[in-house]
Write a protein that binds this ligand. Structure first.
Ligand code: G3P
Ligand code: CA
Length: 347
């Protein structure tokens, strides 16, 4: 397993009267670098000197070209096993993922579970087990049946088969709770939880962020010693959620996911994001259209983590490995989400 996002490091000789410092030009260790850098920068002599070094080297976020990129197993090794099952998580570990991703949802009894959709019907046999427990929702020109996780207790959800829909050989897989995912991954790879739909849960009277923050603290996942052995990065498309996590779990890196750049990704907007996030997580197509965002975000001190790379759709590239290589080593992103961890091109 590689450590958290790393940037150029080394030793520099400082002006007379100041002991030499080992330096990390950006978040070398997500658990400690903030305090470390602020300690250094509180000394005006060091601050001035480092500013000069940073200017000469292209900015504080300049990253060594050979810095290891990070592999995030998207919903586990979901190209080969049903997403968010033990099988998918274990395979991601076997394929040496740096992080295993968990999308989070909440049950009726307030338990965080690993589930991508807000509803259960795509990835389980809920329609067979609970045929009458659906919510009728407006679909495209017709009413559709949806089985929201928040309408079921954990005991009920545990009765569902979450593997057979993918392949009969995975029949009998069960939902994985966030707590079970922590216990499965901890010490073997990093955790990469996504707070999927906090506003949905708020509308049902459930504070998903509080449930999550409590679980992180209860497990000690935000402590520096834990982040060193089990790095964790939090993600959400919901900006208010990322801002809140920054307040409530300040030691944990966090990325703002993006389906679009809205009216444009200006340097001013990047600086604003840097006030509450440690990185951005754009859809890969956004970077294909606007590759300059990678370097500008990194120059603002933000990491760039793109989604989602899969062998079933490698776009204009012959293979997903070629596609990942282009984004990692030509565009220069820091990390990516892939369904195919075994295809990740390490250097
Ligand atoms: O979280 C990164 C990526 O997984 C976002 O897309 O829809 O697969 O959660 P989604
Ligand atoms: Ca996700």
């Amino acid at each position: 397993m590689n450590p958290g996002h790393k940037y150029a490091t080394g030793n520099i000789a400082l002006p007379a009267g100041i002991a030499s410092y080992s330096f990390g030009l950006a978040n070398t260790d997500p658990s400690t670098v903030g305090a470390y850098n602020s300690r250094m920068l509180s000394d005006p002599r060091i601050s001035v000197f480092l500013f000069a070094v940073a200017a000469l080297s292209g900015g504080f976020a300049a990253r060594a070209a050979d810095t290891p990129r990070q592999l995030i197993a998207h919903r586990g090794a979901s190209g080969y096993a049903p997403e968010h099952t033990r099988a998918a998580y274990q395979l991601a570990l076997d394929q040496r993922a740096d992080y295993v991703e968990q999308d989070l949802a909440v049950t009726r009894d307030g338990v965080l579970i690993c589930l991508h959709d807000d509803t259960l019907e795509r990835t389980s046999n809920v329609a067979e087990v609970f045929p009458d427990r659906f919510t009728a929702a407006a679909g495209r020109g017709a009413t559709v049946k949806r089985w929201f996780a928040i309408d079921f207790t954990l005991d009920e959800i545990r009765r569902l088969d979450t593997g057979r829909w993918f392949n009969a050989k995975f029949a009998g897989e069960r939902i994985v709770t966030w707590q079970e995912a922590i216990e499965l991954v901890r010490g073997k790879a990093g955790l990469y939880p996504e707070l999927k739909s906090p506003p949905l849960y708020t509308s049902r009277g459930v504070d998903m962020v509080t449930l999550f923050v409590e679980s992180v603290k209860k497990n000690g996942l935000d402590r520096p010693e834990s982040l060193k052995t089990t790095p964790m990065i939090i993600q959400s498309f919901d900006e208010p959620t990322v801002r809140r996590v920054a307040q409530e779990l300040p030691s944990v890196p966090r990325i703002l996911l993006m389906e679009s750049f809205g009216s444009g990704m200006t340097d001013a907007r990047l600086r604003d994001i840097k006030t509450f996030a440690t990185g951005i997580g754009p859809a890969k197509a956004l970077l294909e259209a606007q590759p300059d965002v990678v370097k500008r975000a990194q120059a603002s001190g933000l990491t760039v983590t793109a989604y989602t790379f899969r062998s079933s759709n490698s776009g204009r590239f012959p293979t997903v490995r070629d596609e990942m290589s282009h984004y990692l080593y030509t565009l220069g992103i820091d990390a990516l989400f892939t369904d195919n961890p075994d295809q990740f091109p390490r250097k």
